[in-house]
Design a protein around this ligand. Structure first.
Ligand code: OGA
Ligand code: MN
Length: 276
């Protein structure tokens, strides 16, 4: 196995490893790389749905998304689908998966199944690096703060996605809900401090009013979106990405209108998040 940084501050590419036939010692090495980088890219994988499931189960236990359709192959694999005729895509804005759960998901393993000829990259951001680079006065301001994370504004009645042509693919309107988490968490494995708010799901700081929250959240988001904390991954047939939802954000580019894109996603269960 050969692990090389993908961009100066975000992610790594794992070469010379086939996930489907990985040994126990390779899995141990992969766990260490996942802790170090929080975002791993793989090329030229042969990972049919049953092997995708087996890899996920070797890493942890699977959690099922409450809103996405699942595949014919397995109720544990979510479909991230955009049809040729569809305008809106899933995950088109910066977010992290499942931060609205009390115990947010550890990570997600995304496998390319159908790709557009061009476009459809996924962008990622490194929230541990972004936290480290915050000015001291801002770090101080965030100490002890908690934030509310929700999905109601996306998947609830009149939620953003409900008003688009994505709605037909989504279920679980009644399963919406909120959770609160510390704004700066201590990553359970790497022990690093991480900025744990995201544009998709974070609504406001607990005990703050909405406008006041918005101002600080927007300042933090602008900081994270700087080029040194972000990268863009171009999918090819056989590409797989495994990201840590506790220390990354991602968003799917929607720049391939008129073409289809289908990804399979398995999400792995995490552990409760503690303040740093
Ligand atoms: C996801 C997601 C991004 C993509 O699967 O959680 O946001 O590029 N997907 O499809
Ligand atoms: Mn996502």
């Amino acid at each position: 196995m050969n692990i090389v940084p993908f961009s100066p501050g975000v992610g790594a590419v794992v070469n010379d490893l086939q996930l489907a036939t990985m040994t126990e010692s390779e899995l141990t090495e992969l766990r260490a790389a996942f802790t170090e980088y929080g975002l791993l890219f793989f090329r030229d994988q042969d990972l049919p749905p049953e092997e995708h499931l087996r890899f996920a189960n070797r890493f942890g236990s699977i959690v099922v998304n409450k809103f996405f359709k699942t595949t014919q192959e397995s109720p544990q694999i979510a479909e991230v689908r955009k049809e040729k005729t569809q305008q809106t895509n899933i995950g088109g804005g910066w977010h992290t998966d499942h931060s609205y759960d009390d115990i947010p998901a550890l990570g997600s393993i995304l496998v390319a199944r159908t790709l557009p000829e061009t476009g459809g990259d996924t962008q990622f951001a490194n929230l541990a690096a972004a936290y480290d680079a915050l000015p001291d006065n801002l770090k101080k301001k965030l100490e002890g703060l908690r934030a509310v994370h929700s999905n109601t504004h996306l998947y609830g009645e009149n939620g953003l996605y409900r008003l688009t042509d994505l709605n037909d693919q989504l279920g679980g309107m009644d399963r919406v809900g909120d959770a609160t988490h510390p704004v700066v968490i201590r990553h359970p494995e790497s022990d690093r401090k991480v900025l744990y708010v995201n544009p998709g799901h974070t609504i406001q700081f607990e005990g703050w009013d909405f406008t006041e929250s918005r101002t600080l959240l927007d300042e933090l988001y602008a900081h994270v979106m700087q080029p040194q904390f972000t990268c863009s991954f171009n999918w090819l047939p056989g590409s797989v990405t495994f990201w840590d939802n506790r220390c990354t954000w991602h968003q799917a580019n929607n720049d391939y209108q008129g073409q289809a894109r289908l990804m399979h996603r398995i999400t792995i269960a995490g552990s409760p998040l503690a303040a740093a």
